[in-house]
Design a protein around this ligand. Structure first.
Ligand code: TEU
Ligand code: CA
Length: 590
């Protein structure tokens, strides 16, 4: 439904329009998307097979998690050759065919750019570790030990020290992630030149953008100073937004990005609002937008123990405040990205919604509404459009049907987990921090990255139609009820609802460009906000609880009797109250 007149992409200097502001991005985690050859691993031909499904959903851009050659210590985020395709995923010809087919369908492809680090099997590192005078030595960050110990007290994001000793030259190299992901030395101009050259090579091939992995970490603080140690004995590296990061991104922009019409998003863990205005400045000097993680528990408001390994949730007013601060803070100055899930996060319906059989669909639709009606570019993570849930389900009994053979024997044992972060954290927290096996398994069930990495649920055949072989990671046992085949043909499914959310954004300028204002900030159950563009208004109402909640009078008063219901997740609305996990969006003119 188009309630207000709108021509997509029409030049407008006041609104500072851009196609990537009007786009919806879909993230594919290739290993778990679709296996075309029965080896249990998703691949490029599998993606090509499913492009029509994405066309049906209506998305504009695919963000492809890494498909480059990699020994897979961190599922492709450890790259050994940036200009080759991982053998398990196919060939460069397969890639070219996928890109061409996507373009035919009007879908753009955004590549994952992982250049804070490489694999230790990358040719640069193989050279670098050989000797202190190797021409590639300064491509990485090497230091002498201090008193027979690591050069400083930084911890790796994947547990343990951020330094690994290399006997070959009796020195340590820095790795903010796994030991097989040595950090590149961005202060070396040769590193920057090589990275930019590689990026230009991909752009010439015709790709449409980059998602930049941990780009906020590339510039290390002067002198690599010790930090304040936490529970594990190690300190945060303090590398987020280092001294030269903006200088390096501006250089990247001059030498690569500005020569093409791209969509760019920087993954910026630890980024503050003030810094984001530089990364994603509307002047176009760096990137289009960043991913910030305050609302997913990566900010000071989260108040977590053991870094991410803490399952207590933020109260709704705090969460609303964070998202609203980003909405209004960047308005007119930069641009937001909108996401609730990705390959590193638990499933959004399990974390922010309710994955019981009774509320799974309704709460998934509510979360989609809440996010997609905001200002920014929305990102849908594969399976989110189906309301896919965490791997282990507390509420599995609801879904149990003997005839379907569903059971909950999955992901309650460590052996079911594959993710290096989860496995390392289990070891570190149980061995050195006194966390019990049961407590740690509880964290994994709720927070492990593997929750997002179980195979895409295509249909109700064996292994959810993902593979004819043995999947590299177990399929979620609820696939007989939660799958694409069923949802695509059901007008009331989460899929059909997402399709509508995406279409509404494409048809209504106010959803893309309207100003945002939070209402009833202290309300503990409802998330209510308006969008404003000229005399146009949207009123977005979302109930985050399973209780019926009354809508504050000052809100109902603002909605005129002739307001149109743009979208809602209940077939029947009640006056003055929102039902369990209900979402409604009204459109009207002042
Ligand atoms: O993630 C960066 C990052 O900040 C993660 O450590 C994040 O904090 C963690 O995964 C949350 O649980 C990026 C990629 O998205 C991730 O998949 C990679 O493992 C990581 O970089 C290293 O490349
Ligand atoms: Ca395969």
């Amino acid at each position: 439904m188009q309630v207000f007149k709108y021509e997509r992409g029409k030049e407008d200097t006041v609104l500072n329009k851009a196609w990537w502001k009007e786009a919806v991005v879909y993230q594919i985690y290739p290993r778990s998307f679709m296996d075309s050859n029965g080896d249990g691993i998703g691949d490029l031909n599998g993606i090509t097979e499913k492009l029509e499904y994405l066309k049906e959903l209506g998305i504009d851009v695919i963000w492809l998690s890494p498909v480059y050659q990699s020994p897979n210590d961190d599922n492709g985020y450890d790259i050994s050759d940036y200009q080759a395709i991982m053998e398990e995923f196919g060939t460069m010809e397969d890639y070219d065919r996928m890109l061409a087919r996507a373009h035919e369908l009007g879908i753009k492809i955004m590549m994952d750019l992982v250049v804070n680090h490489t694999s230790d099997e990358h040719a640069w590192f193989v050279e670098s570790r050989k000797s202190v005078d190797n021409p590639y030595r300064d491509f990485y960050i090497w230091r002498k030990g201090k008193d027979g110990k690591e050069p400083n007290n930084w911890g790796s994001c994947f547990s343990g020290s951020a330094w690994k000793y290399d006997p070959q030259t009796d020195m340590y190299f820095l790795h903010l992630f796994s030991k097989k992901q040595p950090d590149l030395n961005w202060d070396n101009p040769k590193v920057r030149d090589q990275v930019f050259e590689m990026m230009n090579w991909w752009c010439e091939k015709g790709i449409d953008g980059f998602r930049m992995d941990v780009i906020s970490l590339i510039s290390k603080p002067e002198g690599l100073p010790d930090g304040i140690p936490g529970e594990t004995g190690y300190a945060d590296s303090g590398c987020a937004t280092g001294p030269h990061v903006h200088e390096y991104l501006k250089e990247m922009n001059r030498k690569v990005l500005s020569h093409y019409d791209l969509i760019t998003v920087g993954e910026a863990s630890g980024v503050t609002l003030e810094e984001a205005k530089k990364y994603a400045n509307a002047d176009g000097s760096e990137l289009n937008m960043v991913f910030q993680f305050e609302h997913t528990g990566g900010g000071p408001e989260a108040d977590n123990h053991y870094g991410k390994w803490d399952s207590h949730k933020m109260p709704l007013p705090v969460w609303k405040k964070i998202l609203s601060r980003w909405q209004t803070g960047l308005e007119g100055k930069a641009w937001n990205s909108l996401f609730l899930s990705n390959h590193d996060q638990p499933r959004s319906v399990s974390w922010f919604g309710n994955d019981s059989e009774q509320y799974r669909e309704i709460s998934a639709k509510m979360l989609g509404t809440c996010l997609h009606m905001m200002q920014g570019t929305p990102y849908v993570y594969q399976g989110e459009e189906l309301g896919m849930t965490n791997a282990y389900m507390e509420n599995i009994a609801d879904y149990q049907g003997e005839e379907l053979g569903m059971c909950n024997a999955y992901f309650d044992q460590l052996e079911d987990y594959r993710d290096i972060e989860s496995l390392n954290a289990y070891k570190e927290l149980t061995e050195t921090c006194g966390v019990s096996h049961e407590e740690m398994m509880g964290y994994l069930k709720r927070i492990s990255r593997d929750n997002a990495r179980t195979p895409m649920q295509w249909d109700d055949s064996a292994n959810a139609g993902f593979t004819t072989g043995t999947p590299w990671i177990k399929v979620n046992s609820n696939y007989p009820k939660v799958n694409a085949k069923q949802e695509v043909s059901d007008p009331d499914s989460v899929f059909s609802y997402y399709k509508k959310l995406i279409r509404l954004r494409h048809e209504n300028e106010i959803i893309v460009y309207g100003d945002y204002e939070l209402l009833a900030p202290e309300d503990e159950a409802l998330f209510i906000y308006t969008r404003m563009l000229g005399t146009q208004r949207l009123m977005v109402l979302c109930n985050f609880t399973e209780k019926e909640v009354s809508i504050p009078a000052e809100v109902t008063e603002q909605i005129p009797a002739d307001a149109k219901l743009l979208i809602g997740n209940y077939s029947k609305q009640k006056e003055k109250v929102l039902q369990a996990y209900e979402a409604r969006v009204y459109a009207y003119h002042l």
